[in-house]
Write a protein that binds this ligand. Structure first.
Ligand code: AVJ
Length: 325
């Protein structure tokens, strides 16, 4: 009876662990080792990410909030009355409050996130503060094709993709994502996207370097937590002291790369496999792609969007754009 009574939640968790095991083994058995950045965000990783967002060196979060705060009225006007707000990768749904506050009688909020429990808790908090807004959470991987629920009201659909999350895609994949999001949002919609700006006359590479190499070592802990998570969930035996956080800005690729460098020639047991790491070999754990305003506008156009407006902060370190189709 016990086995028959296995809950749906347990089945979902087992499927997630199986996918994690497959992705980890595939990534670490490849000639150039890499792991998908979406696996950073277990409970410990999500907590570390929230700490990153408050670091003095990590300017994107507070800079974007400053832009959204200054431009909320404009975004509310673009949305119009009775709009539906659809957020891709909603996380803890904090930034969306700025938009909901500025919109006239928003009809519905549709958060889309892969972390169902985390999202539902965030939506419960939001629902108490916005009783007039229909909360329609969708538990899904937004990098895959997805359907959003039929919308309440006749208002415009306003997409929201903040935080430079788009930077985790390569430019080709980002263009593909923007095109797919256009299909999901539909004709007549608008899309608010936040992205981090590349090195420029106004922004030295040292600003980018510091943001991913903070003095307190929180970003290093966030990166190394991926190995700790593999130990916890897949019973692996990574020795975290034998790996080192490495993050650098690649000017030609216009991206920050994060790696974990093996400090020794070593073998690690993961899910029945023994995987060798040469001394100096790295696991590529994240790309954080940066754009010039012109490069982003070109990419959005190729993905079927017209750029209505782009805003930056006074230092010109981060940008928020509104696209329309
Ligand atoms: C959440 C992908 C936007 O790339 O800046 C922060 C993640 N990685 N510090 C980023 C991250 C290291 C972040 N994104």
């Amino acid at each position: 009876l016990k086995t028959l009574a296995r809950s749906a939640a347990e089945a979902t968790e087992e499927a997630a662990t199986a996918a994690f095991r497959t992705d980890v083994l595939t990534g670490l058995m490849a000639p150039r080792k890499a792991l998908p950045p979406k696996y950073f965000y277990d409970e410990a990783g999500s907590r570390l990410f929230d700490l990153i967002c408050r670091l003095p060196e990590y300017y994107p979060t507070r800079t974007e909030l400053g832009i959204l705060h200054a431009r909320a009225g404009d975004i509310g006007a673009i949305a119009g009355a009775g709009a539906t707000l659809i957020e891709f990768g909603s996380g803890s749904s904090e930034k969306v409050r700025l938009l909901l506050d500025a919109m006239a009688a928003p009809a519905a909020y549709v958060p889309i996130d892969i972390s169902g429990a985390h999202m539902r808790a965030a939506v419960a908090r939001l629902g108490r503060d916005y009783p007039g807004v229909a909360m329609l959470p969708v538990e899904a991987d937004f990098t895959r094709p997805l359907a959003v629920p039929a919308m309440a009201g006749q208002g415009r659909r306003l997409g929201f993709f903040p935080g430079s999350t788009i930077g985790n895609f390569t430019p080709d994949a980002a263009a593909g994502f923007l095109a797919n999001a256009g299909e999901v949002l539909g004709p007549g919609s608008a899309f608010v996207v936040g992205f981090d700006l590349a090195e420029s006359a106004a922004k030295g590479a040292e600003v980018l370097h510091a943001a991913y190499n903070d003095r307190q070592g929180v970003t290093a802990a966030f990166n190394l937590n991926l190995l700790a998570r593999i130990n916890r969930e897949l019973g692996a035996n990574f020795d975290l002291a034998r790996f080192r956080h490495d993050a650098f800005y690649d000017r030609a690729e216009r991206r920050v790369e994060m790696h974990l460098e093996s400090l020794a020639d070593q073998r690690v047991r993961i899910a029945g496999e023994s995987i060798r790491f040469a001394r100096g070999e790295t696991i590529h754990t994240e790309n954080s792609c940066k754009y010039t305003p012109a490069a982003f506008a070109r990419m959005a156009r190729h993905a079927g969007w017209a750029q209505r407006v782009i805003w930056t902060d006074p230092r010109e370190w981060f940008a928020v754009t509104v696209l329309e189709r």
